[in-house]
Design a protein around this ligand. Structure first.
Ligand code: NAD
Length: 307
């Protein structure tokens, strides 16, 4: 049976690292401030906003939450972002997803000040990331590698060399998760294979997933990858989150894009859902807001983990 990577423990360690860094940076007048913009009332977005808020409050960040109705006009969303861009007390801005269909995501991404763009969605930051010289690392793909690095270290190996020449297969090519996860793999000298919905439609998904030394699945399809689609000894990272109702209890629980039992039976290590990638993402995000605050003050943080 695979080693189950404990994302909660890794998130706690990351949070502790941020707290320590915060203590030092406060001496240099670095004051992080994070703002979220929520358009509409999506349940998952509201839940994520609450997580970020609690974390910011616990770390004594300045925190601002902007809520806009689902029928808001693009100009009003842009004006809200503009106000946050101009506020020196806000160092990081997160626009929550999904956005209503009449609000073009690309325009919203471009409206965020690149120096406050803690999810690296502005084309300038996406470009820097694709070129291997990121300003910010987007929270979900960064969390995948932070979690992988922690596991690699726990086996006595060095994350700086571990990935070189290994095959990383990423299932999913979204701008927010799949593509950056591919780029971060290339930066680590891995051979990266990019799979997506058309790979699946062509009946070729298993052909590629079974090549993976490391498999990152971010497709948004419940139990998409099963044990017969992976090779023995794979390290499998599950990004998917799907609420399902347990017929026995009537309670909702979360499952991922991996068929956990059958993949775990063959894997060296696997991330669970819940308790894998998820808990790290909001901690990473607030870490990025601290980095942005340090950059605004032209202070170099001691830790390099957020680059
Ligand atoms: P998305 O819908 O934007 O992109 C999904 C990608 O998967 C697309 O590139 C698509 O081509 C590919 N895909 C879809 N069906 C496929 C199939 N059958 N076979 C192969 N590829 C397929 O989704 P996203 O924003 O990238 O998120 C992916 C999943 O990760 C979702 O379940 C989402 O809820 C979850 N998520 C989790 C976290 C977290 O913190 N754990 C954060 C962000 C997203």
């Amino acid at each position: 049976m695979a080693h189950v990577i404990d994302g909660n423990a890794i998130a706690e360690h990351l949070r502790h690292t941020i707290e320590e860094e915060l203590k030092v940076l406060r001496l240099s007048e670095v004051r992080p401030g994070l703002a979220t913009v929520l358009v509409g009332e999506d349940f998952a977005a509201q839940a994520y906003e609450r997580h970020v808020r609690r974390l910011c409050e616990a770390l004594e960040y300045r925190y601002v939450s902007e809520g806009l109705p689902a029928d808001v006009q693009l100009a009003d969303v842009a004006a809200t972002i503009g106000k946050l861009n101009a506020d020196p007390r806000i160092t990081g801005i997160l626009v929550l997803h999904p956005l209503p269909s009449h609000i073009p995501e690309a325009e919203i991404n471009s409206a965020i000040d690149p120096l406050k763009d803690i999810e690296a969605v502005h084309p300038q930051n996406t470009g820097l990331l694709a070129q291997g010289r990121p300003r910010f690392l987007p929270s979900t793909p960064a969390s995948c590698y932070y979690l992988l690095d922690s596991y690699v270290r726990s086996t006595g190996q060095d994350p700086a060399t571990f990935y070189s020449g290994k095959t990383i297969v990423v299932v999913g090519r979204s701008n927010s998760v799949g593509k950056p996860a591919q780029w971060l793999g290339l930066q680590r000298d891995a051979t990266v294979v990019a799979c997506h919905s058309r790979t699946h439609a062509a009946g070729k998904l298993a052909e590629f997933t079974c090549l993976a030394d490391i498999l990152i699945v971010a497709a948004g399809v419940r139990a998409l990858v099963t044990g017969d689609m992976v090779r023995d000894g794979v390290i499998a990272v599950d990004v998917g989150i799907h609420p399902v109702e347990d017929p026995a209890t009537g309670k909702t629980r979360m499952v991922g894009d991996l068929d956990f039992e059958s993949v775990a039976a063959r894997a060296e290590a696997i991330t669970p859902v819940p308790g894998g990638v998820g808990p790290i993402t909001d901690v990473w995000l607030v870490g990025n807001a601290l980095m942005a605050a340090a950059m605004a003050q032209r202070v170099e943080p001691r830790f390099g983990i957020f680059r």
